[in-house]
Design a protein around this ligand. Structure first.
Ligand SMILES: [Fe+2]
Length: 360
């Protein structure tokens, strides 16, 4: 994919997400139901690599490591992420020059030194330039487990589509500026989402490579879902991790078979309203409804641009996962917030809980 705009760090997608917890046995069952396979172990550290499709998850149990301090503060968490860059030492030097804080990642003898800077909420942002198959950081520092496929298909997810972060009220501009200044991200979408009682503001930051997308959420009222997350997580951080695939119905079936717990499905009225919301969408509504999959996008001028999406329950502390299939829509499902709200109202009207103006 050609760069969308000037790419001073040579960004090229997400390389990995790093997880940490104080005790073992909490993260592993979650990775398993998500479809990940434990494929390799670090040669000398208490660190494992889990994979599905092109997605790498690193689980770090090293003591006296930035990830351990992070887990001490946040519990089971996504303590870091790796961005692919063209030249890591150069990108690191540039980041520090622009005011980024260095993170001292302990390195053993004969191990790669991974340059890292402080990210949102103190999380670790690694800059990785070795990601070519055969010469990657895993090929050098990890040992692959015998007899285990190095690239398991899992449930069928191929890439990390976006990582949505929750930040404290009033902090969105600061973090948007961080990504703009260091990596030349741009704000692609901005929206306010209002429920009946609470609301949130979201700013979707996109990297120049078009592959790294970081929506930032901020509470718009008080006591809403962002506030609740910040309290539960003890700080700012990744709210949800979205994977994309080309066949969400099939992926959903595989997740279900592994025991995935999805969010509460929308009321039936949501599916009844799909045709009026997205006329001529051409998707199998019964199949979507059976699984609780949501749909967003547009169908203007007979050109359906759709996004299929579904969310898990909270699985790593308050962090949840999102599973999506993009059919030309580049949004994040903004239309679903309104649609879900309206379908719940319509359901309330049908049950007689809510009176319409004519009836009142
Ligand atoms: Fe999302």
């Amino acid at each position: 994919m050609a760069d969308l705009f000037d790419n001073p760090m040579g960004l090229d997608g997400f390389e990995f997400i790093e997880f940490a917890a104080k005790e073992k046995g909490i993260l592993e069952p979650v990775l398993d139901i998500l479809g990940f396979t434990h494929v390799a172990n670090h040669r000398s550290k208490d660190v494992t690599l889990w994979r599905q499709g092109g997605i790498n998850f690193v689980v770090n149990y090293e003591k006296k490591h930035p990830s351990a301090y992070y887990a001490e503060e946040h519990g089971p968490s996504a303590c870091g992420m790796g961005f692919r860059v063209k030249d890591a030492p150069k990108a690191y030097a540039r980041a520090l020059e622009l005011g980024a804080q260095p993170v001292d990642v302990p390195t053993g003898p004969m191990q790669l030194r991974l340059p890292a800077i402080r990210g949102i909420g103190g999380a670790i942002l690694y800059l990785i330039d070795r990601y070519e198959e055969g010469a990657s950081i895993y090929d050098i520092d990890f040992e692959f487990i015998d007899g285990v496929d190095r690239h398991p298909e899992g449930c069928g997810f191929e890439i990390i589509d976006h990582l949505t972060h929750n930040v404290y009220r009033g902090r969105m501009a600061y973090w948007a500026d961080y990504y703009e200044k260091l990596f030349n991200f741009r704000e692609i979408r901005y929206f306010d989402i209002k429920g009946e009682y609470t609301g949130l503001t979201s700013k979707a930051m996109t990297a120049p490579d078009g592959k790294i997308r970081i929506p930032l959420n901020e509470e718009a009222g008080s006591n809403g879902q962002i506030e609740e997350f910040l309290m539960a997580y003890n700080g700012e951080g990744i709210q949800h991790i979205a994977f994309s695939c080309d066949d969400l119905l099939g992926c959903w079936d595989r997740l279900k078979a592994r025991g995935m717990r999805f969010m509460t499905p929308p009321p039936e009225t949501y599916y009844e309203m799909l045709e009026e919301r997205l006329p001529g969408h051409g998707e199998p509504v019964d199949e979507l409804k059976k699984r609780g999959i949501l749909m967003d996008g547009s169908t203007e001028a007979g050109d359906p641009r759709l996004l299929l999406q579904i969310f898990s329950e909270n699985l790593v502390g308050p962090i949840f996962f999102e599973f999506i299939q993009r059919k030309k829509d580049e949004g994040f499902g903004e239309g679903n917030f309104k649609a879900l709200f309206e379908s719940m109202e319509r359901d309330q009207i049908r049950r007689g809980v809510l009176k319409t103006e004519e009836e009142a």
